[in-house]
Structures are given as structure tokens and as C-alpha cells.
Design a protein around this ligand. Structure first.
Ligand SMILES: C[S@@+](CC[C@H](N)C(=O)[O-])C[C@H]1O[C@@H](n2cnc3c(N)ncnc32)[C@H](O)[C@@H]1O
Length: 317
């Protein structure tokens, strides 16, 4: 595809092995949610976005549809437009006509899914120059292509910022501000604090897709790290933890058992869990404070009438 360049900065398998061994050796056991996203995990996530209980995607899309022109004006045309955790690159399509970026740079850890999504977009928009980067944005990394003088803007939808503990979210926003440079704008989707019932339902859908997404992590570990997790002896467990203001996802052992991963043994007591994801929820003010502490000023914020979800335009000071 002449308008698509692909850069593979995917972290080596050794990093996955080290992170899983360290996470399973810790108390409590924990593994980063970034490892959910092998190709099957990305497909399952796309199914989650279509579930009736998962209000986030359709609400964020409705906000972007309603205010897209204003968002595009604030972000500015002809920029190097970065997207963090671009997934299927569906939301950015709502903004591309108005934004007319010089270059679109989707960044995602899920290599095959990114490749496919970028190819589909490149075919659909032959006039758009795409530089797709497979990389882990939770660590510092150098962009493989960075035209210094071009204005920069970024899009970070899906409330993926909520997967980071606030100090790590602040560090990621700081790194993003540095990439954008003074005056650069970031359009970011942030899920809002709301009733516990709505939140719990969103992560415990009746079709069990979120459970499959969570359990797919064990399938991936079995395949890539030569492990012997028995999926039928673990279950999905997700709940809103009000004090820190976050949904927690866990994989809970139904029985006492021992599991082998990359030649090492790990014991689980009955009901012991592996903590696999946090999804922090914010008030508008809490998120604005976090953004300010990371070097941004809050320029504009939109939310839906039910106050379920917010989209912020932040500018690097
Ligand atoms: C919650 S999904 C959101 C997808 C899409 N942006 C949306 O709003 O529907 C998170 C996306 O970020 C990617 N991702 C997760 N952790 C990442 C990391 N550390 N570095 C790069 N991409 C990551 C996943 O592969 C996935 O596509």
C-alpha cells in the first residue's frame, strides 16, 4: 500500500516472560492489561465495544459526532496526528475529514490487529499518509518518524488513560506533552464516575464477552510462555472499588492449584486472584487537575447529556 509505512517496535517475548513471572511472584498477583491484546484479544475487545452494557464506546462516538467540527478546529489541520492505542482506528475516521492531517500515526501494541486496521484505513483513504507504529506506549520509546517542524496533535480515546494508576497516568501524559511540544493539542476520552450498578454491568456483560477477553490472557500465556493454565478452573471477577474510584478486573482461581509458566511453578489458594486490569473513573475536575499536573492546560471539555463520558481538549503549556 503506497500510503502506508509500518514500523515494528513490538517489545520482545522476553519482556512478556519477565513481566508475567514477576507479576505471578508478587503478592497480590498482577499482570498488566497491555498483555490482553494479542490478535484474538483485540477482536474480543471490538466485540465488547458493541455490547449493550458497554456504554463507553457509543457515548464517546456520539460526543465526537456532535462536536467533531469544534474538536478539529482546536486540534488544527495539517498536523502529524498521533493516536495512542488506536485499535481498529474507527473513532478517528469521524474526525479525519475535518482534521485533514498531513500524517496519521496510529500507535498500538497489538501488532497484527494494527497492521490489518492500518491497511483497511489506507485502502479506504488513499490520500492519507499513514505511519503505523507497533510499540508499547507505557514505556518511553522514540517515534521512528518525527518531522520536527510539523505541528503535532494527538488523539487518545477509549478512556485507556484509566488503565494507569494516577502517578503513571501523569507520567504518560507528560511523555505525550513532550512529543507534542508547546502548543500541541491532545483530544482524550475519559470515563466518568457514575452509579456502581452501571459500572459493574459494563464489565460483567450478560453474553460473557468480557469474561472471555479476561480469560484470553491465560490462553496467550499458555501459548507464548509454555504454561499450563486450566481455563476452566479460573473465572472472571470484575467490580467497582469505590475508594480508589476504579473498576478492577481479576482472574480468580476456583480451586487450590499449582500452575507452571516458563518452567516455574506458581501456587494459587482457593479464590486467589490475578489482578489483570484497573479502569479508573474520574470527575471532570479530577481529570483536569491530573492533566494540569502533567503540563497541559484544559481548553475545552464535552460530555453527553447523561454525564456518562467526557472528551477533553488539552493543550501543552
Ligand atoms: C481499551 S482499547 C481502546 C481501543 C480504541 N482506541 C477505542 O477507543 O475503542 C486499548 C487499545 O490500546 C492498545 N494498548 C493497550 N496497552 C497498550 C500499550 N501499553 N501500548 C500501546 N498500545 C496499547 C490495545 O491494543 C488496544 O487497541
Amino acid at each position: 500500500m503506497p500510503n502506508l509505512t509500518f514500523y515494528d517496535l513490538h517489545p520482545p517475548l522476553e519482556n512478556f516472560r519477565e513481566d508475567v513471572i514477576t507479576g505471578l511472584s508478587a503478592t497480590p498477583k498482577a499482570i498488566s492489561p497491555k498483555f490482553f491484546y494479542d490478535q484474538h484479544g483485540s477482536r474480543l475487545f471490538d466485540r465488547i465495544t458493541e455490547l449493550p452494557e458497554y456504554y463507553q464506546t457509543r457515548t464517546e462516538i456520539s460526543i465526537i459526532r456532535e462536536h467533531g467540527m469544534e474538536m478539529a478546529l482546536l486540534l488544527g489541520e495539517h498536523s502529524l496526528l498521533l493516536e495512542l492505542g488506536s485499535g481498529s482506528s474507527k473513532k478517528i475516521r469521524l474526525l479525519l475529514d475535518a482534521l485533514r492531517p498531513a500524517i496519521y500515526m496510529p500507535i498500538d501494541i497489538s501488532r497484527e490487529h494494527l497492521r490489518e486496521s492500518a491497511q483497511i484505513l489506507a485502502k479506504h483513504s488513499p490520500g492519507l499518509e499513514i505511519h503505523a507504529v507497533c510499540a508499547d506506549y507505557s514505556n518511553d520509546f522514540e517515534l521512528p518518524y518525527y518531522p520536527e517542524s510539523m505541528p503535532k496533535a494527538a488523539f487518545f480515546p477509549g478512556s485507556s488513560i484509566g488503565n494507569f494508576e494516577p502517578p503513571l497516568a501523569q507520567a504518560l501524559l507528560q511523555r505525550t506533552a513532550k512529543l507534542l511540544g508547546a502548543g500541541g493539542a491532545l483530544l482524550i476520552g475519559v470515563d466518568l464516575i457514575k452509579s456502581t450498578g452501571v459500572l459493574n454491568a459494563a464489565y460483567n456483560d450478560s453474553q460473557g464477552v468480557t469474561a472471555d477477553f479476561n480469560l484470553n490472557l491465560l490462553t496467550r500465556i499458555n501459548r507464548e510462555l509454555n504454561a499450563d493454565f486450566d481455563l476452566s478452573s479460573f473465572e472472571h471477577h470484575a467490580f467497582y472499588n469505590e475508594k480508589p474510584g476504579r473498576i478492577e478486573m481479576h482472574l480468580r482461581s476456583k480451586i487450590p492449584q499449582s500452575v507452571k509458566v516458563a518452567g516455574e511453578s506458581f501456587n494459587f489458594s482457593m479464590r486467589e486472584t490475578i489482578h489483570t486490569e484497573n479502569s479508573y473513573k474520574y470527575t471532570l475536575e479530577q481529570f483536569q487537575q491530573l492533566a494540569i499536573s502533567a503540563g497541559f492546560k484544559s481548553e475545552r471539555v464535552w460530555r453527553d447529556t447523561e454525564k456518562l463520558f467526557s472528551v477533553h481538549c488539552l493543550r501543552v503549556e
